[in-house]
Design a protein around this ligand. Structure first.
Ligand SMILES: Nc1ncnc2c1ncn2[C@@H]1O[C@H](COP(=O)(O)OP(=O)(O)OP(=O)(O)O)[C@@H](O)[C@H]1O
Length: 597
């Protein structure tokens, strides 16, 4: 049994008219206790830190210069304050990072849960690979802003206290010392501004490299068969050079700006030294005050540098959030109707009535198609390539909705039953089955993870897979490579058939599902296939005669309609198009009659 993990603790506000921050607010609110404690700890730590320069000032003035108070008293205070800062700093960081990663966990879950809920038309429209890799960096940038921006704001707020202390020491000195601060802010903002596009560029170019690498690995077979390794390598080099350029540009900008941003506050310190020194000589200020002043100035520098960063982070997070919301606001097109009923114990009476259908805004692929499959009947659907056979198959489990007409199972329109029960009732095996990088056993048990090995073996035998599975190094426990590439096409198809059979659906659709199984093996598993088809309604999409011969009835699809319906022999005799279609897929027309007899 697979372990269940906690669901996300919050949702994104669904109202698209609200600002991105408002919509994301529930994510922060869900962790308010932890986050609040982090912020309060941070504030306490900073407030205590602000006391330290003042303490040093007093120690210097009262113990070292004038010897009025024993120095040890200040030392104890310093030890105490340091302890508080340590504890507060620990709590603030711990809780802040925890909150940040919890927000990220929630956001990731919300995002992928939504993606899995979206229907086929969405996946037809978007490039999912890119969408997912982009979502990862977008999630990170939103998380960073949500968690760290309030933290930075606390720092900025506390810096006002530092400034208050500076004013208390000397108003003119405080004002003069602050003069370079706008410059610190402007320089760090300019630094962020020039570095911001480069950091985006780095991300985008890294994604390009990842795409090239991904294609090289996944398409390794094609690359090698065309001996195109050199070409692929130069593609990678081109992408890698672009990444290198962006990184060097980044380092260049950093080298240019960082020393300026870091050293600018020293101008303020110099002013304090000159003007403060003058005031000290005049007897207006103590030496300790000058020292304290400089410490406050250093403390103030951080928020001024941060403000620039905060603005940039905000811009980036806002752009990221908008992209995430674009996906989150996408409504699944195929959903349960409010009045949907459960389809249970279906007999498997299937009917397509005057079905009109096309993809997206495209032209009609099916044009008034009507077809009935009686309970327990096996029907082969034959047609030219591109005639819409797979499309018919996809409408039955409601991967798409019809434009007009209806598809019914046991008299229930598929739009009026729950998707879950419909897809339990209609099992579909595709011609290019996707297998997971897991054991053979887990792959077969995908639709029924609690199935025991006896059941798994039984369906594997029926699908003609048991023999070859036993020949694998670890039998049913053999982990098959990515997407099942360690198996042959025919072996993959047999596993896919077994996987669907384990669910035991009353209606079965095989969409070219035996095309890669060689004819001889197919003959061998025919007995198994016949057992499979018995007692369930089966729609087989096939080009191969041997597969068609398993059907009770054959229907011919052309121009989006059924143009002939009957036994193989009848169609062969009366419908020239049928013979033509079969001839394209089979060795010779002469054989056709042989199979029919
Ligand atoms: N997801 C899709 N989005 C848009 N158009 C599609 C999609 N799938 C198929 N089509 C189009 O619909 C038409 C019918 O395709 P379909 O795959 O149903 O044909 P088919 O008879 O199964 O073909 P084949 O025998 O080659 O598998 C084709 O013109 C195809 O280009």
């Amino acid at each position: 049994m697979s372990k269940t993990y906690p669901p996300p603790t919050a949702v994104i506000d669904p109202d698209p008219s609200r600002s991105w921050l408002r919509r994301a607010w529930p994510l922060v609110k869900a962790h308010r206790l932890m986050f609040g404690t982090a912020l309060v700890s941070s504030a306490i730590g900073l407030l205590v830190a602000v006391q330290v320069p003042k303490l040093i000032q007093d120690a210097l003035d009262n113990s070292i210069v004038t010897n009025r108070v024993p120095l040890s008293e200040y030392l104890w205070w310093l030890v105490g304050l340091t302890a508080v800062m340590l504890i507060a700093g620990f709590l603030a960081r711990q809780l802040l990072f925890r909150t940040a990663y919890k927000i990220e966990y929630d956001l990731r879950n919300i995002m992928y849960e939504h993606l899995t809920g979206l229907s086929f038309p969405f996946y037809d429209r978007v490039q999912t690979g890119q969408l997912i890799s982009r979502a990862n960096s977008d999630i990170r940038s939103v998380q960073m802003y949500l968690a760290f921006a309030p933290f930075m704001l606390v720092q900025c707020a506390i810096s006002l206290v530092s400034f208050g202390y500076m004013l208390a020491i000397s108003v003119p000195l405080a004002i003069v010392a602050m003069l370079p601060m706008p410059l610190v802010f402007l320089t760090s903002r300019r630094m962020q501004r020039s570095m911001f596009p480069v950091s985006w560029l780095i991300q985008a170019r890294l994604a390009d490299v990842a795409t090239v690498v991904d294609e090289n690995v996944n398409g390794a077979r094609v690359v090698k068969s065309f001996a195109a390794e050199r070409r692929q390598l130069s593609l990678l080099q081109k992408a890698a050079i672009k990444v290198r350029w962006a990184y060097i540009k980044d380092a260049d900008l950093r080298a240019r700006w960082t020393p300026a941003v870091q050293n600018l506050p020293r101008v303020g310190m110099a002013i304090v030294l000159v003007f403060g020194g003058y005031l000290a000589i005049q007897g207006v200020l103590g030496v300790g005050a000058i020292l304290a002043f400089n410490s406050y100035l250093l403390m103030l520098q951080v928020p001024f540098q941060m403000l620039g960063m905060l603005i940039m982070m905000g811009q980036r997070a806002s752009a990221s959030a908008k992209r995430l919301y674009e996906v989150l606001d996408e409504k699944p097109e195929i959903v349960d109707a409010p009045s949907a009923v459960e389809l249970t114990d279906a007999r498997g009476d299937v009917e397509f009535r005057d079905v009109r259908f096309g993809y997206g805004d495209g032209p009609d692929v099916l044009n008034g198609l009507s077809l009935r499959l009686g309970s327990g009947e096996t029907v082969a659907l034959v047609g030219r390539t591109g005639s819409g056979k797979s499309t018919v198959a996809r409408l039955l489990p409601r991967f798409y909705d019809v434009r007009a007409g209806s598809v019914t199972v046991d008299g229930h329109d598929v739009r009026e039953v729950t998707l879950h029960s419909l897809r339990d009732t209609v099992g579909i095996v595709l011609d290019e089955p996707f297998l997971f990088s897991a054991s053979v056993r887990d792959n077969i048990a995908y639709g029924r993870p609690d199935a025991d090995i006896t059941d798994i073996e039984r369906v594997a035998r029926l699908a003609g897979a048991h023999e070859f599975i036993m020949g694998l190094s670890e039998g049913y426990d053999t982990v098959i490579g990515e997407r099942g590439y360690t198996l042959s096409g025919g072996q993959r198809q047999r596993l896919a058939i077994a996987r669907t059979l384990l669910v035991n659906p009353p209606v079965l659709v095989l969409d070219d599902a035996t095309s890669a199984i060689d004819v001889q093996v197919e003959q061998e598993i025919h007995a198994g296939l016949r057992t499979l088809f018995a007692g369930r309604t089966t729609l087989i999409i096939a080009h191969r005669l041997s597969t068609i011969s398993l059907a009770d009835r054959v229907v011919l699809l052309d121009g989006g309609e059924i143009v002939a319906d009957g036994t193989h022999a009848e169609l062969l005799e009366n419908t020239p198009l049928y013979a033509e279609v079969l001839a394209q897929a089979n060795e010779s027309v002469e054989e056709l009659g042989g199979v029919a007899r």
